[in-house]
Design a protein around this ligand. Structure first.
Ligand code: NAD
Ligand code: ZN
Length: 243
C-alpha cells in the first residue's frame, strides 16, 4: 500500500498529470501484448501481419488476422487500471490519457480525453475516400467494402511502417510537454515514435512514474518505478480513493 499512497500523493499534488499507456495495461483484461511469450498475437509474426507491406501484399490475410483482434476486443472489459485512470481524470488530477492501444478500453472505462496515437480497431476507414464507420461486430464479409465508393474498408489502426495520425500525434506531444507528472503504464518503450514521449516529458522536467512488472528501456529515466502489474497496482489506488 505504501507505493500506492506515495503515487496518489504525487498525483494529487500535480498541476498537470498525463498518462501514457501501452499493451501492458490491457493484459489483465485478457488482451495479449505483441512481445509476450503467450497469447493469440504472439503466434503471428508481426512482420507478416502487422505491417504496411503485408497489407499491400495480401490485404485479405491481414484483414482475417485483424478480424480475430476485433472479435477479442469486442469481448473484453476494462480492468482496475483503466477504471482507476478514468477515476483520476474525473477527479481532475489526470488531464489526458495517451494510448498506443487500439482496444477502446480506456473509453469503455470512462476516460474522456483519450488520445489514440495508433488508432482504434473498432473504427473502419475507407482506403480511398473519407468514409468512417464505428463497428460493434466483426464485419460479415472480409474484407468489407465502402458503401460510398466501393473501395476496400480497413480498420483505422496504424500498421508498422505507417505514419501516425498527424492530429493525434500533435496532441500527444502537446499534452506530454505540458505534464509535470507523467505516468507510463505497460509499455516496452521500443515502438517508435511513441517511445519518444517519455523522453520529451523528461526533457520538460516532468516527474516520471513507470508501472510495469518488467524493467524497460524507459526505466532508467524514471523518478519512481513501480514493479507491479497495472491492474493489481491500480486496485490498491482505487481502494485508497474510496476509503
Ligand atoms: P509491448 O507489447 O511492446 O510491451 C508491453 C509491455 O507491457 C511490456 O513492457 C510488458 O512488461 C508490460 N506488461 C505486461 N503485462 C503487464 C501488466 N499486467 N501490467 C503492466 N505492464 C505489463 O507493447 P507496446 O509497447 O504497447 O507496443 C506494442 C504495440 O502494439 C502498441 O503500440 C499497440 O499499438 C499494439 N498493441 C496493442 C494492443 C492493445 O490494443 N491492447 C495489444 C498488443 C499490441
Ligand atoms: Zn470510400
Amino acid at each position: 500500500m505504501k507505493l500506492a499512497e506515495n503515487f496518489l500523493d504525487i498525483v494529487r499534488k500535480s498541476r498537470y498529470a498525463v498518462v501514457l499507456t501501452g499493451a501492458g495495461v490491457s493484459v489483465e483484461s485478457g488482451v495479449p501484448t505483441f512481445r509476450g511469450k503467450d497469447g493469440l498475437w504472439s503466434k503471428y509474426d508481426p512482420d507478416e501481419y502487422a505491417t504496411k507491406e503485408a497489407f499491400e501484399r495480401d490485404p485479405v490475410k491481414v484483414w482475417r488476422w485483424l478480424a480475430m483482434g476485433i472479435e477479442l476486443i469486442l469481448k473484453v472489459e476494462p480492468n482496475m487500471a483503466h477504471i482507476a485512470i478514468a477515476e483520476l481524470e474525473s477527479l481532475g488530477y489526470v488531464k489526458s490519457v495517451i494510448t498506443q492501444n487500439i482496444d477502446n478500453l480506456h473509453q469503455k472505462a470512462g476516460s474522456k480525453n483519450v488520445i489514440e496515437v495508433h488508432g482504434n480497431t473498432l473504427r473502419l476507414r475507407c482506403t480511398a475516400c473519407s468514409y468512417r464507420e464505428i463497428i460493434n461486430m466483426v464485419p460479415n464479409n472480409i474484407p468489407p467494402y465502402c458503401p460510398k465508393c466501393d473501395a476496400m474498408l480497413r480498420p483505422d489502426v496504424v500498421l508498422f511502417g505507417e505514419a501516425l495520425p498527424y492530429e493525434e500525434w500533435d496532441r500527444a506531444v502537446d499534452e506530454t510537454s505540458k505534464a509535470d507528472v507523467y505516468i507510463v503504464v505497460g509499455t516496452s518503450g521500443v515502438v517508435m515514435p511513441a517511445a519518444m514521449l517519455p523522453l520529451i516529458a523528461k526533457g520538460k522536467g516532468a516527474f516520471i512514474i513507470e508501472i510495469n512488472p518488467e524493467v524497460t528501456s524507459i526505466t532508467r529515466i524514471v523518478d519512481l518505478y513501480i514493479d507491479k502489474k497495472a491492474g493489481e497496482f491500480f486496485s490498491e489506488v482505487m481502494e485508497l480513493l474510496s476509503s
